[in-house]
Design a binder for this molecule. Structure first.
Ligand code: ZN
Length: 238
């Protein structure tokens, strides 16, 4: 994996210089280094803007390409762009920060419900995880209280890197059955949530998170829906 993405080095960065690396006609712009998180792992891609000279281009979506480049999709394709042009890129921070909080809250949900995760989706107001869960949850309030307890403990959230071999030696790390960590690209990024004396969660993840769980403030557990024979979908809201 390319460890140098800005959203991994500093998920709180909102604005950075931009240099055009490639222009894909009718499709989008690829920058030398991009701030925009691309749609993946159930987390929506960032929107925002890039400015070159006096020209402001709204970016509606960011997508990962086959070679790890991130394609910024403009609302309207700008004219007069050229490779090597310097400008400024800015993400829609309000939205990204909500995703960071929601994403971290979903990790806590997976701690409180220690069952295999089969899917998930992050949204700005509502997010969900699907679990392999044949039996219904008896006490929804207890789940909510436990998540909010972990939020209030203001646990540290940090990234670590391991090799694929190390991951193979600890297969229990992988909670997500539907989304296996990408292989063949070198090291794997892990996200660890812990207090000073206790590890709460450790799993492969490529998303963006807050640094301390206290930033989430609190969540509520919404509907728990039955999805097929063995699956249940748990929704959370701010
Ligand atoms: Zn994550």
């Amino acid at each position: 994996m390319n460890r140098t993405y800005i959203f991994w080095k500093d998920a709180y960065s909102r604005s950075q210089p931009a240099v055009i690396k490639k222009i894909v006609p009718e499709e989008g712009i690829i920058l030398e280094e991009t701030l925009f998180y691309p749609t993946s792992g159930g987390q929506p891609g960032d929107s925002g803007l890039i400015k070159f000279n006096d020209q402001v281009t709204s970016i509606s979506e960011a997508k990962k390409t086959y070679n790890g480049d991130i394609l910024l999709v403009p609302e309207f394709f700008p004219s007069q762009l050229a490779i090597g042009m310097h400008g400024v890129q800015e993400i829609n921070w309000e939205l990204r920060y909500k995703y960071m909080k929601m994403h971290t809250a979903l990790h806590l949900l997976s701690v409180v419900i220690p069952l295999p995760v089969t899917g998930g989706q992050i949204g700005a107001v509502k997010s969900r995880l699907d679990f392999s869960m044949p039996d219904p949850i008896e006490n929804k309030q207890k789940i909510e209280d436990e998540i909010n307890y972990l939020i209030q403990k203001n646990l540290y959230v940090e990234q670590l890197w391991i090799t694929e071999l190390e991951l193979d030696q600890t297969p229990n790390l992988v909670k997500t059955m539907s989304v296996a960590p990408p292989r063949g690209r070198g090291d794997i990024r892990l996200v660890k949530i812990s207090s000073r004396d206790c590890q709460v969660d450790l799993q492969p993840c490529g998303g963006t998170h807050v640094k301390g769980t206290g930033e989430i403030k609190s969540i509520t557990v919404g509907k728990i829906e039955k999805k097929g024979k063995n699956n249940r979908r748990v929704n959370i809201h701010f």
